[in-house]
Write a protein that binds this ligand. Structure first.
Ligand code: ADP
Ligand code: MG
Length: 501
């Protein structure tokens, strides 16, 4: 490409807290009934006072620490003024020039800042169902039809929202998606958000521009960036790749035609797989930021950032390195575990049990194979989550140890696992039961022996002529009938007794 792509991201994250950002209404993203979690504060009534949520502030500080940012010693909130029906106060409480966090880095991309603000309500535009007659002359916002209206739900109004802004360090759609995914994982590890893009917990806006690879005149500053376009409405990582790639191509075509890219906001149209213009620069807002008079600036030291830093969980990057070193897992195996914290926890618990079991060289490869294909397969089949899984890690490790020692075949291991998923038995107990069953059920064995003999007169004749292999053939037949659960010694004895008659 003759042009260098430049991409910077603005990411909004709905934080997981018990209550909202400035009041004690519940923060429940799953609430189905509209306007249930509301109060005069988050409905923007005049005269109400905001009280900042400490849990939300702590969440943002922890994200800042995890990304190596600086926690600013003093921070403050500001009012960002604009009108929209989902914002009843006419301003959003946000942070302007003294955000909670400045700087930081993720996957080589510099973080500019991370601040805390409040989310807006949501608008619900009802429409006429397909099968009802639409009148051509109806105004699009006409209320003449009862099912055509715009409704406001304030359940989300005032929910803590973290905004993270990157420097324009990203150079491809793939890199942008990787950054987003890694951040999502970190947010989940920290437990600060469910970070589900489809549900709008994690909302990523991409700023995209192109500039000539080689500046076209000596006077042009080689570090000068091209005109940027902001893309909104990206609802998945797939959409993100699509939107960024589409936009890079579109801008390249504009520039190649000798035209200028106009600074605007575009939206990703999922159905058409293209970006469409939403707002031009002329319509850009002047938010008239000013300090929130009802919340004085405050020192972050009261949140004990040093202690929060010490108490951070192990993060994905550290875990990747450790999994490779400690268990010899390859990148793909490690990634599978890292992307699913519950799976990785189960792996580590089983691995630690496995260490104290024979054989002396612990077979982590066998463990991960049984875990990711067999156990997970069974869990999928039966719809069991790790939280409800009955197979204790110690029993799972025991099974792997028996398989590693070749005390059971892989077929047996799979069958035993199927039993363990419903009963959580120790594999040793299953083996003992099976052995006990095969001995005690001699009546059943005798029946099978008789059946096999009736079905195989030739083998009897051969045996009587002195062909001893025939006995093994008959035992094999019986074992087949018993699905491998018979005791071969007992069967051999029963057959010899019968054949002597
Ligand atoms: P604005 O003031 O228009 O919001 P900012 O300077 O605050 O712009 O940057 C917003 C986001 O856009 C940041 O993530 C930043 O990295 C990115 N950005 C800024 N300039 C460019 C550019 N020329 N090309 C691509 N991204 C850019
Ligand atoms: Mg901005």
């Amino acid at each position: 490409m003759e042009y260098k792509p430049t991409i910077g991201l603005e990411i909004h994250v709905e934080l997981k807290t018990r209550t909202k950002m400035f009041c004690d209404s519940l923060n429940n993203a799953d609430e189905k009934e509209p306007n249930r979690n509301t109060c005069p504060v988050c409905l923007g009534h005049p005269g109400t006072l905001p009280v900042p949520n400490k849990e939300a502030i702590r969440h943002v500080i922890r994200v800042g620490l995890a990304l190596g940012g600086t926690i600013n010693p003093v921070t403050k909130f500001d009012r960002k003024n604009y009108f929209y029906p989902d914002l009843p106060k006419g301003y959003q409480i946000s942070q302007y020039d003294q955000p909670l966090v400045t700087g930081g880095n993720l996957l080589g991309v510099q973080i500019r800042r991370i601040h805390l603000e409040e989310d807006t309500g949501t608008l619900v535009h009802t429409s006429v169902p397909e099968n009802e007659n639409k009148h051509e002359n109806d105004h699009p916002y006409s209320y003449s039809h009862p099912s055509r209206a715009s409704l406001v739900d304030f359940n989300r109004s005032g929910v803590p929202l973290m905004e993270l802004v990157t420097e324009p360090d990203i150079t491809s759609a793939e890199q942008a998606a990787e950054f987003g995914k890694e951040l999502q994982l970190i947010l989940r590890y920290l437990g600060v958000s469910d970070a589900d893009m489809e549900k709008g917990h994690l909302r990523i806006e991409a700023n995209i521009s192109l500039r000539p690879e080689i500046p076209n005149s000596k006077s042009q500053n080689p570090n000068e960036l091209g005109t940027k376009v902001e893309i909104k409405n990206i609802n998945s990582f797939k959409a993100m790749r699509g939107a960024v790639d589409y936009e890079l191509t579109r801008q390249e075509e504009v520039l190649k035609a000798g035209k200028k890219v106009s600074q605007e906001t575009r939206g990703w149209d999922e159905a058409k797989q293209k970006t469409v213009s939403q707002r031009s620069k002329e319509e850009a807002h002047d938010y008239r930021y000013f300090p929130e008079p009802d919340i004085p600036p405050f020192a972050t030291s009261v949140f004990e950032p040093e202690r929060l830093a010490r108490e951070l969980p192990e993060l994905p990057s550290a875990k990747r390195t450790r999994f490779a070193k400690e268990y010899g897992l390859d990148a793909k195996q490690a990634e599978l575990l890292i992307s699913e914290p519950k799976l990785s926890e189960y792996f580590e618990e089983s691995a630690s049990e496995l260490k104290s079991l024979p054989p002396s060289i612990t077979n982590y490869q066998l463990l991960i194979n049984y875990l990711t294909s067999d156990l997970r397969g069974l869990m999928g089949e039966k719809g069991i989550e790790f939280g409800a899984l009955r197979v204790k890690p110690e029993h799972f490790a025991h099974l792997v140890s028996l398989a590693a020692e070749k005390k059971i075949t892989s077929r047996q291991a799979k069958d035993m696992l199927r039993k363990m998923v419903v009963s959580d038995e120790d594999p040793e107990d299953i083996l003992r039961d099976e052995a006990a069953q095969s001995v005690s059920d001699e009546g059943k064995l005798r029946q099978v022996v008789e059946m096999v003999l009736v079905a195989n007169p030739q083998a009897i004749a051969d045996y009587k002529k002195g062909k001893v292999q025939s006995l093994q053939f008959l035992v094999g037949k019986a074992m087949g009938e018993l699905k491998g659960k018979g005791n071969p010694e007992t069967l051999r004895k029963l057959f010899t007794d019968e054949l002597k008659k």
